[in-house]
Design a protein. Structure first.
Length: 289
């Protein structure tokens, strides 16, 4: 079965002047335009494509992939706004993703970054975005293990901390009292499960259990960097003896400390050492194909 708004592997049925027609099964025959056809592809070949809709809302295939697919949460930028209809988001394809007014959670403006869920609209059968995230979170009981590493998407801030979507499925919380860095709405990061409560709520941390004991060491390393002009000749390849002489700690503790600092973007790894970053990073700068 072919899925609209997702990556599919489909069979070539026939060759036409405008491209290849693929077996879209439940979606019918789907055109793969010539610009996406690789040399040597013939009838019977299996091709990996993304299935979306053309300007007339007909299914069409392409080998270009969007930033996110149907069923996923994503942070996307508003590229235009129609006051009567809604907004349009850049999701990496030529045809922008529609965010209807009814699916907006507050006013959006051109240039804004918004966290959305991508879905196929039941009314129109079009691929759309929604800012009403709660509807799309899993209702199944979380089964994460304590200490499990998880992918996080920051979706809001409360008095207690930052709310995050965990593994594209559940809601969790990172507590202000346990954070040393600022997080941003729409930022993707990795974290760890501290506990899953009886009510299903998930407590999260940016560092794995045990990192708290190396936090003072991490701060000492930063202080030493500042005192030495922003650069130190120590890294993963330094000898245990050199590390102990410089910081009075084991090499394992040193590696954990600089690993935490690197994850927080407070240091830069060099070929033969570490340094303070020159410019603060933009958390929403993404690599595009």
């Amino acid at each position: 079965m072919a899925n609209l708004g997702q990556k599919n592997t489909l069979c070539v049925l026939r060759i036409a002047r405008q491209g290849l027609y693929l077996d879209g099964e439940n979606l019918g025959d789907i055109l793969l335009p010539n610009q996406y056809v690789k040399s040597g592809t013939t009838v019977g070949s299996m091709v990996e494509v993304f299935v979306t809709c053309d300007s007339e809302d007909r299914p069409i295939a392409m080998t270009r992939m969007p930033f996110a697919s149907v069923g996923e949460f994503a942070t996307l930028q508003v590229v235009s706004v129609d006051p009567q209809m809604g907004a349009f988001l850049d999701w990496g394809l030529n045809k922008d993703l529609f965010l209807p007014i009814r699916e907006q959670a507050g006013r959006v403006r051109r240039g804004d970054w918004v966290v959305v869920h991508i879905l196929v609209d039941e009314r129109s059968r079009r691929i759309i975005a929604s800012m009403r995230l709660n509807r799309f979170l899993s209702r199944e009981e979380p089964t994460y293990r304590k200490g499990e590493k998880v992918n996080l998407l920051i979706i809001g801030e409360t008095d207690l901390g930052y709310e995050a979507i965990v593994e594209n499925a559940h809601r969790g919380l990172l507590y202000h009292t346990e954070l040393r860095i600022r997080l941003f709405h729409g930022q993707k990061t990795e974290g760890y499960v501290k506990q899953v409560r009886e009510d299903g709520k998930i407590d999260l941390a940016l560092d794995p259990a045990g990192y708290s004991r190396v936090r003072p060491l991490a701060e000492r390393i930063v202080d030493e960097l500042k005192a030495k002009g922003g650069r130190l000749p120590y890294d993963d390849s330094s000898t245990p003896e050199d590390i102990r002489a410089a910081f009075s700690c084991s090499k394992k503790a040193f590696k954990q400390a600089i690993g935490a600092l690197y994850k927080e973007r407070r240091i830069v790894m060099l070929e033969n050492g570490i340094s303070l970053p020159i410019d603060p990073p933009d958390p929403l700068v993404r690599r595009r194909a």
